[in-house]
Ligand binder design. Structure first.
Ligand code: C2O
Ligand code: CU
Length: 465
């Protein structure tokens, strides 16, 4: 499904005018206690002329409030569930205490309607993270239950007004301009690329405008909150450099790859931009015809050279490849995919019997969570996952509680150190090896972040003892 403004071109023009000088919401958690009320709300996603959408959101806004804390701080969030169904919150990318990971059915019971749950955890690493519902995520995230979670460095690298958070989401709207709820759970989406939208928002808005001053350094934090869409951008078009992936700061800013930088669902990319002149620029999605997501208006500044920025990396455990244990992960299923005998809920099924379960994908011929983990690691053990994508689609693999390095792609070793990630893209037919130290005890999910794929089988878990 392509992104188009076909139906909403007039209303979007109006939105641009009113969305100027959007400043980022900041919820500095002064007393460290934050209340997130998950509940239904009505929001016009596509301008005043369009119909209202029935969303589910935190504190009646999607994205939910920006949670911004300092590295090493304790975060206390009370989730109040005003939804008509159970929910939970996952703090994506945080190397968190397992009991606070928010995975209903694995690390906690889902929070029933009317109930509350107190999350209480410490954030060990600075960076760009996000939070989202983790019960029926394919449905609850598509309805708007997510928000940004920013952990600041001890010594802030950028001035407060120079740290922009852009949460990107594609919504599927119907012809009235309202969120299309009927197509939630569509077999077509689940068996193909997942639920793709036709309307893109940044911080819930259509082409928000940001005002920048020439000569000053800005950090632009991009968070892909789409259920399944891989976003392609070209930061070189506005001379941006990459300073972080998935929350983890690079040792020094890097030039973006030639052509396209792909941002898979749940991935984050932090850019460094120093607008050099009074030339406005746009952040565009370029997988099809260039599509403007956000506009940046540059005003004249001083010609003083900006201060040197000091980038501080987080201290993550280095994989010990010499002593690593290799775990194979074969991805199968989906439309046009191979499917043999699959184990689901302890039963070995094939053909129609398997299709009747509603599951469509598998890891190592097991659909969804089995009783036994994919592997159990002793604390401190390095695991290398050897991932083979034997399906017709790309996937966005996410490890809970752990960041990894990609050490091999298509059989070719990656020399030196590659960036840390908590989610990586693997194209159809591709192989990749990722390495990480299992240093955080508990039960952790490993799943495709194309949320329909996860719901339909691409979901497993591992245990750190
Ligand atoms: Cu961002 Cu298991 O999720
Ligand atoms: Cu997938």
């Amino acid at each position: 499904m392509g992104l188009t403004r076909r139906h909403f071109i007039a209303s979007s023009a109006a939105m641009v005018a009113t969305a100027s000088a959007l400043t980022v919401r900041q919820t500095f958690a002064v007393d460290r206690k934050i209340e997130l009320i998950a509940g239904p709300t009505r929001i016009k996603l596509a301008g005043e002329a369009a119909a209202s959408s029935d969303l589910w959101a935190y504190n009646a806004s999607s994205p939910g409030p920006q949670i911004r804390v300092g590295r090493g701080e304790r975060v206390q969030v009370r989730l109040i569930n005003n939804l008509p169904e159970p929910t939970s919150i996952h703090w994506h990318g945080i190397r968190i205490d397992n009991a606070m990971d928010g995975v209903s059915g694995l690390t906690q019971a889902a929070v029933a309607p009317g109930d509350v749950f107190d999350y209480d955890f410490v954030v060990p690493d600075a960076g760009t993270y996000w939070y989202h519902a983790h019960n029926k995520s394919w449905d609850q995230v598509a309805r708007g239950l997510y928000g940004p979670l920013i952990v600041e460095e001890e010594v802030p690298v950028f001035e407060p007004g120079h740290d922009l958070v852009l949460v990107l989401d594609d919504w599927r709207l119907d012809n009235s301009g309202a969120l299309d709820l009927e197509s939630l759970g569509s077999l077509m989406d689940w068996s193909h690329a997942g639920r793709l939208g036709n309307w893109l928002t940044v911080n819930g808005q259509d082409v928000p405008k940001f005002k920048l001053t020439a000569g000053e350094p800005y950090r632009i934090r991009l968070i892909n909150a789409c259920n399944a869409r891989i976003l392609a951008i070209d930061p070189a078009r506005f001379d941006a450099r990459i300073i972080a992936y998935d929350g983890q700061m690079l040792a020094a800013p890097e030039a973006p790859p030639d052509g396209q930088l792909l941002i898979g669902p749940a991935q984050r990319v932090d850019l460094l931009v120093v607008p050099s002149s009074k030339v406005d620029f746009a952040l565009e999605e370029i997988s099809g015809d260039p599509f403007v997501m956000a506009a940046f208006e540059v005003t004249e500044g001083s010609d003083q050279a900006p201060d040197i920025l000091h980038f501080v990396t987080n201290d993550l455990p280095q994989p010990n490849l010499a002593a690593a244990r290799l775990i194979r992960l074969d991805m199968t299923g989906g439309a046009m995919g191979r499917m043999g005998q699959i184990t689901y809920k302890g039963k070995v099924l094939s053909g129609q019997d398997f299709r009747d379960t509603g599951q469509l994908w598998a890891f190592n011929n097991v659909a969804n969570l089995a009783e036994a983990p994919l592997f159990a690691a002793s604390r401190g053990e390095t695991i290398v996952l050897n991932v083979h994508n034997d399906t017709a689609f790309a996937h966005a693999m996410h490890t809970h509680g752990h960041h990894f390095r990609i050490i091999e792609r298509q059989g070719v070793k990656i020399d030196g150190t590659s960036p840390w990630h908590d989610t990586f893209l693997i194209a159809s037919g591709e192989t990749a090896k990722i390495a990480f130290v299992c240093d955080n005890p508990g039960k952790w999910l490993l799943h495709c972040h194309m949320l329909e794929h996860a719901a339909a089988g691409m979901n497993t878990w591992f245990e750190v003892l």
